[in-house]
Design a protein around this ligand. Structure first.
Ligand SMILES: [Zn+2]
Length: 407
């Protein structure tokens, strides 16, 4: 519900009705106009009008279906996904990925660029716009249409103003309106979000939490972060950015974290933390058939843990326990329907998951844990699928749809 009860704006009602119809077609198509009318409780005349407009811009199409009772063929409607493309950007610590994905989530192209050193955010913005310019020139075709840009960053984002508030490795003097500047330059609606929160949204649209009312996604990569979905929406909270589980302390005598505190979960469970720990073990003389000073990245460690390498198993189990502790607090706090672990570490399989589960059972309310599945993410294109979810969100909430209908 909206906070201020304004008099219903006619355009807003139109936008919401179009969104309801498109969402039904997208999720349940092939679907007939009569079914849409029944499910949406919109008058058949309204459904006819909305579908006519959506057909005119090509976002939906009619298909003939043989009715089960025989007789004449009925016309149903499905969403058109192949001819509409989205441009997705992930701004990481050292790289930028720019990708092209169609509305069926098929990745059509992806380029990755190293980020040079920048002195000012305007330089970074200029660099990004140049790369995007080339990318769009090379990826536009007459048969398809780019409809929007999605951007994810590893920093804090204000969803209300569509602006970047902070970045982990660059000090922003003021909020960065990158999305607005891209939208103006390329005349495309542009949406920006935090990378982990957007990944939780993608998981909710296309992944293992698809039908869940609420869920928790814990992402372990360069850092550790979480995305909380409540009532089918990513929970940001009044101040945005809820879900910084990576900065819960698990070791009071541990290492200094980039956030300034000591012994955060991130300092023991991030990929880099795990790799550094293994490096120290190898430097101290640990010998392994599967790991060496030259080859001990997270993937090698996960593989070794599955090959009975004792140090790899112990390390993954230790990390699993720390993840389990923090997840137990989260479970007691909001008792999610499902917990998802995302990241390279999930390749350690049962070694990791049984350690997490054991700690969860020891520290969270038994009633809560028993009914909470703990699963690995199965999403592909993890670096850019979150940005796609932002575009998808704008399609199904009507804002992007409205723009396409009025262009
Ligand atoms: Zn921290």
């Amino acid at each position: 519900m909206r906070e201020n009860h304004q008099i219903a704006n006619v355009d807003l009602v139109k936008q919401m009705n179009s969104a309801v119809v498109y969402k039904l077609i997208d999720q349940q198509g092939p679907i007939s106009r009569i079914q849409i009318s029944e499910l949406s409780q919109l008058a058949p005349a309204s459904v006819t009008k909305i579908t006519r407009n959506l057909l005119a811009i090509g976002l939906i199409k009619e298909v003939e279906q043989q009715q089960s009772t025989g007789g004449r063929r009925a016309i149903s409607i499905i969403a058109e996904r192949k001819t509409f493309h989205t441009v997705l950007i992930h701004l990481g610590h050292q790289h930028i990925s720019i990708a092209l994905m169609d509305l069926s989530t098929e990745l059509l192209n992806k380029e990755r660029f190293d980020l040079p050193k920048f002195n000012a955010i305007s330089e970074l913005e200029h660099f990004l716009q140049q790369k995007l310019d080339f990318f769009l020139q090379n990826n536009r075709s007459n048969d398809t249409k780019v409809i929007a840009v999605g951007i994810t960053v590893a920093g804090f984002v204000d969803a209300k103003t569509n602006s970047i508030q902070s970045l982990p490795h660059f000090t922003l003097q003021e909020p960065w309106f990158l999305a607005d500047s891209i939208a103006t330059r390329f005349n495309l609606m542009t949406f920006v979000g935090n990378d982990v929160r957007s990944l939780a949204l993608a998981e909710h649209y296309f992944g293992v939490t698809k039908d869940c009312y609420d869920s928790l996604l814990l992402r372990i990569h360069r850092g550790v972060g979480a995305g909380i979905v409540i009532n089918h929406e990513v929970f940001g909270g009044y101040k945005n950015s809820a879900g910084e589980l990576g900065h819960i302390q698990v070791d009071p005598l541990g290492k200094r974290c980039m956030c300034g505190n000591v012994g955060c979960l991130e300092t023991v469970a991030s990929n880099v933390a795990i790799e550094n720990k293994m490096q120290r073990l190898l430097e101290d003389g640990y010998t392994s058939k599967w790991l060496s000073l030259e080859s001990h990245d997270i993937e090698a460690i996960c593989k070794a843990s599955q090959e009975q390498d004792s140090a790899a198993i112990e390390l993954i189990e230790y990390v699993g326990e720390q993840l389990g502790r923090v997840l137990a607090m989260s479970v007691n706090m909001f008792n999610p329907e499902k917990i998802v672990i995302s990241g390279e570490i999930t390749r350690a399989g049962t070694v990791l998951f049984s350690a997490i589960r054991k700690t969860l059972e020891a520290h969270a309310l038994p009633r809560f844990v028993e009914s909470t599945p703990l699963v690995a993410s199965e999403l592909k294109n993890e670096d850019v699928i979150g940005a796609f979810a932002l575009v998808k969100q704008a399609l199904v909430d009507g804002s992007l749809l409205q723009r396409l209908l009025t262009e």
